[in-house]
Design a protein around this ligand. Structure first.
Ligand SMILES: [Zn+2]
Length: 332
């Protein structure tokens, strides 16, 4: 693997921030590394109008965003004084990244909550605790505008290759700013979700009032082999956030008009008898008509209740008690 992967990508995947940290420290930023794979850069001498948390690798096999962020940080570190906000970077499930796996023991993106049920003893729980603690410290400070973009890639093909899950509780002004950013990033669909499944971005929205989202940027790939051309729009949109200057904003025009969806039903696996009309090969946003059976679980039958519903994240193989899929409806 190493021979194919550039030095800066490998460094980020291995949680090595040494080069980047030194660059920012040398021009007067406060730099902290509260735990492995977590970097906090404070615009120490100026009033920070905004705090931005960027997280990648919460699922270890979702390598495209790790590559994109490595290039982004590399360019930023070459002109560190351009950073115009407080930045926190989290490289999530380091052990899983090292092994090229989604997770080692259990899905970490179900653990960002106080009550973890049977996930409390999973190997990833300790890492989730570290990340939550560092996030608390980061957002505890000044009353700045707070953003969190948790960058993923989807397991399966999708009718919308890029899409975002947005906590519905975010205030309207924040949502509008976020939707403008999504259009710059070329996001095809936005799903407003009123419930939390223990994801990192829903936890920060609930706990700190962050404007944020889980952002799905295309497909799973091997570290060092992702097509960075597919990440050009999200990268430019992130640079516009980080630099907040006219040139970088102009370089990130709106390139999509995201279709907005709303969650209609959450399909929770309750027993071993659970079976689903979809499997892991089903494309995200595949639709079913009213009355169609989505899943059965003992005596419970999940059916489509609207004229049409589309599925995202279908996965009948999750643990009992976990979400096996979301049904969404198009918002006019
Ligand atoms: Zn993911």
């Amino acid at each position: 693997m190493a021979a194919l992967v550039s030095a800066q990508v490998l460094a980020l995947a291995q949680a090595d921030f040494s080069g980047i940290a030194a660059r920012f420290a040398s021009v007067g930023f406060s730099v902290r590394q509260p735990a492995r794979g977590i970097l906090q850069i404070g615009a120490s001498q100026r009033a920070a109008p905004m705090q931005l948390l960027l997280s990648v690798g919460v699922h270890g096999d979702e390598t495209g965003p790790i590559e994109m962020l490595a290039h982004l940080l590399d360019e930023l570190a070459a002109a560190p004084q351009r950073l115009a906000l407080d930045l926190m970077v989290v490289v999530g499930n380091l052990d899983a990244i090292a092994q090229g796996r989604r997770f080692i023991d259990a899905d970490m993106n179900r653990m960002f909550r106080a009550e973890r049920g049977d996930l409390a003893t999973a190997g990833e729980a300790t890492r989730a605790d570290q990340i939550m603690q560092a996030t608390e410290e980061f957002f505890a400070g000044a009353p700045a505008e707070k953003w969190h973009l948790d960058l993923h890639t989807a397991i399966r093909p999708s009718r919308y290759p890029t899409f975002a899950i947005v906590p519905d509780l975010i205030a309207d002004a924040g949502k509008q700013a976020l939707f403008r950013w999504m259009a710059q990033a070329g996001i095809g669909a936005i799903v407003l979700n009123p419930t939390s499944a223990g994801t990192y971005s829903s936890w920060t929205a609930t706990r700190f009032g962050t404007v944020g989202s889980t952002v799905e940027l295309g497909r799973i790939g091997t570290l060092g082999q992702n097509d960075m051309a597919l990440f050009a729009a999200p990268k430019a949109a992130l640079q516009a956030l980080l630099y907040r200057d006219a040139a970088s904003v102009a370089a990130a025009p709106a390139v999509s008009t995201p279709q907005v969806f709303r969650v209609a039903q959450e399909i929770i696996k309750q027993s071993d008898t659970f079976s689903m009309s979809f499997d892991r090969d089903t494309q995200n946003f595949t639709t079913l008509p009213r009355g169609a059976v989505i899943a059965t679980d003992g005596a419970t039958v999940y059916k489509v209740e609207h004229a049409e519903e589309a599925v995202i994240f279908p996965n009948p193989n999750v643990r009992i008690g976990q979400r096996a899929g979301l049904m969404v409806v198009r918002q006019e």
